[in-house]
Design a protein around this ligand. Structure first.
Ligand SMILES: *[C@@H]1O[C@H](CO)[C@@H](O)[C@H](O)[C@H]1NC(C)=O
Length: 212
């Protein structure tokens, strides 16, 4: 019993010390100090930033306190595990998680999913690591096949088509594509779609046709 109380007391003390370093509000002069380089001036210690501009200095180490009073929108973070999560075929983080999750937790690793620049993309399990390949074909009648290098063991897990683009899957990676492809085509809606048709998972090539 006394031991539990002791531990609680220690925890409470530590918590008090941490919050005591970070002032609840910024000094009224913070805006102008920050403009003059206060936050990044090596002459000022972190303790100074925590005492005077805990919210305005993003490097104050005061964490969430800063996010509440500044204009911070979604606190975008890059978890150190993102690259590992994203190459895991059972997770493939950027392709399989919600838009909110990839933005909140892996905004750097998932940059291509957050702001898509490619007309189409596909994700292949390449010897246990997920590899994303983007493809651009601007002409609606472009039937150049992009090789996927997918096989029975290295399957296509996901595919993406921007609105206005269509991904079609082919058994061979030879151009021009010879219709019909391996149905159904993925008609672009700007979302990443799990490839569930077995023949498509091992498709050797895709085409990406875009109207715009
Ligand atoms: C597709 O086109 C966009 C815009 O021009 C470009 O940023 C992107 O890198 C291209 N993607 C590929 C895979 O070539």
């Amino acid at each position: 019993m006394s031991r539990v109380l002791f531990i609680l007391a220690v925890v409470a003390t530590v918590a008090t010390v941490i919050s005591a370093q970070c002032a609840a509000t910024d000094n009224v002069n913070c805006a102008s100090w920050v403009k003059n380089g206060f936050c990044n001036n090596p002459g000022y210690t972190e303790a100074y930033r925590q005492q005077y501009c805990p919210n305005s200095c993003t490097n104050s180490g005061c964490g969430a306190a800063g996010a509440t009073t500044t204009t911070a929108a979604t606190p975008a973070k890059e978890n150190a595990n993102c690259p590992k999560w994203n190459e895991d075929p059972t997770n493939a983080f950027c392709a399989s998680q919600s838009a909110a999750n990839i933005k909140t937790f892996c905004f750097t690793t998932c940059a291509k999913e957050i702001t898509p620049v490619d007309g189409c993309a596909f994700y292949v399990d390449t010897a246990g690591k997920v590899v994303r390949t983007g493809a651009n074909k601007t002409a609606a009648n472009d039937d150049t096949v992009v090789p996927t290098l997918a096989t029975a063991t290295n399957k296509i897990l996901y595919a993406y088509a921007k609105t206005g683009c269509t991904v079609a899957f082919y058994a061979a990676a030879t151009s021009p594509a010879t219709p019909p492809g391996l149905a159904p085509d993925l008609v672009g809606a700007g979302t990443i779609t799990k490839v569930t048709v077995a023949a498509q998972q091992t498709a050797a090539g895709i085409t990406c046709k875009c109207t715009a």
